[in-house]
Design a protein around this ligand. Structure first.
Ligand code: GDP
Ligand code: MN
Length: 376
């Protein structure tokens, strides 16, 4: 689970890391009052669980309380990468002499952590690490040893961060360990002209396995970070969004997982995991299809059903009815096998939608879906 920026800011403050004075609100009138309290000139920042808010117009400077109200009204309700802005943080602006970016991330490959730090800041550390690997210092952190002062001094030296940042690096590590986080990122971390190190933007991903120690975040725990996952959960679907191009629907978690593997084995990447379980109602398939098709990265959809208790003709009828309510905008490959497979296939043949095709086996279905995704 990702925390909002204002929650990360609150944690940083509790751990003795310098942050700008700030308050959160869902009303533009209140934003104006906050600006007055903070001295007039402020930064208004959209609170959404998505990076790149600045570029999307979700971070704006306001010169006085009246301008703050207007700016807050503009930002509240905005859509940033599919996230609706419901709250803004109004913060005291900080003059930066230098910008850095620092993050601690779990490195599953080594079973340790990685400190990523750079003396440029301003962009997301993750993206920068991909684009310009040579400019970001990558220092492995042994979880048992952690980031001590001397370790922090090593990270700062490797990345070209000033010596004053060492204390902050240690405290950020304490946030990660004590809050059970998988990621702690500050971008930008700035040095002011007075030589103070201030965290201007924070992103924290908590480890959901430690939920029992994270009761303070309350209802946030049931919130989905991804808007499509939230939409799917609201319709009772077991859906996990992935970052590929082939949408996948199957019955049974095991079958869906092998379908994902098979799509990956054909050189494509699955866009999601979606298990319709034992159900095959038109409603469930329509909901599943519409969630998958509202993901703009999806270029083909693969339905892989092995009929056991669920009969293939019921699934086929579900697909046919779903096609009446959902506009199929990308190719759909269906593989039906098991109970009443022949009857199911006949039903789909009769429907004859131009974007719908059938495959006899799971292998050919995955190949075809991968191929169609490549063409799309
Ligand atoms: P992001 O785009 O979601 O990463 O949002 P940020 O909170 O990082 O804001 C975007 C950019 O606005 C930052 O990288 C800074 O360059 C700038 N920014 C935001 N707040 C301040 C501030 O108080 N002072 C200064 N100097 N720059 C700020
Ligand atoms: Mn940022």
């Amino acid at each position: 689970m990702d925390l909002y920026e204002h929650q990360a800011r609150q944690l940083f403050e509790e751990y003795g890391i310098l942050v700008p004075r700030a308050e959160v609100t869902d009303s533009s009138k209140k934003a104006r009052e906050i600006a007055r309290r903070l001295g007039g000139r402020v930064v208004v920042k959209a609170q959404v669980k998505a990076g790149g808010r600045g570029r999307a117009g979700g971070v704006k400077l306001a010169a006085d309380p009246a301008a703050t109200e207007l700016t807050a009204r503009q930002i509240l309700g905005m859509d940033i990468k599919g996230h609706r802005v419901r709250k803004v943080m109004v913060a005291e602006p900080v003059e930066a002499a230098e910008e850095f970016s620092v993050s601690y991330v779990l490195d599953r490959a080594t079973g340790g952590f990685l400190a990523l730090a750079s003396a440029r800041g301003g962009t997301e550390a993750g993206a920068a690490a991909v684009r310009r690997p040579e400019r970001v210092a990558r220092v492995p952190v042994d979880p048992a040893e952690g980031v001590t002062s001397s370790k922090a001094a090593g990270i700062a030296a490797a990345a070209g961060l000033p010596p004053q940042s060492v204390d902050t690096l240690v405290r950020l590590w304490q946030v990660l360990v004590r809050e059970d986080a998988l990621l702690v990122e500050v971008d930008p971390l700035v040095r002011t002209r007075q030589g103070r190190i201030v965290a201007l933007d924070g992103r924290i991903t908590l480890d959901r396995n430690a939920r029992f120690r994270q009761a303070r975040w309350g209802v946030e725990h049931t919130e989905h970070d991804d808007p499509l996952e939230a939409a799917a959960a609201a319709r009772g679907l077991t859906y996990v969004r992935l970052d590929g191009e082939v949408g996948v629907i199957g019955n049974g978690a095991g079958l869906v997982m092998s379908t994902l593997d098979m799509v990956a084995g054909r050189g494509a990447r699955p866009a999601n995991f979606l298990d319709i379980g034992g159900g095959a109602s038109a409603r469930l398939l329509a909901d599943g299809l519409s969630v998958i098709l509202s993901d703009p990265s999806v270029r083909s959809v693969l339905v892989n059903v092995f009929g056991g208790i669920t009969a293939c003709d019921t699934v086929a009828e579900g697909i046919v009815q779903a096609l009446d309510t959902v506009r199929l905008t990308r190719p759909l490959v269906v593989r039906l096998d098991g109970t009443n497979a022949a009857r199911g296939r006949a039903i789909l043949d009769e429907r004859a939608h131009p974007l719908l095709e059938q495959a006899a086996t799971m292998e050919t279905a995955a190949s075809r879906a991968a191929e169609l995704a490549g063409e799309g």
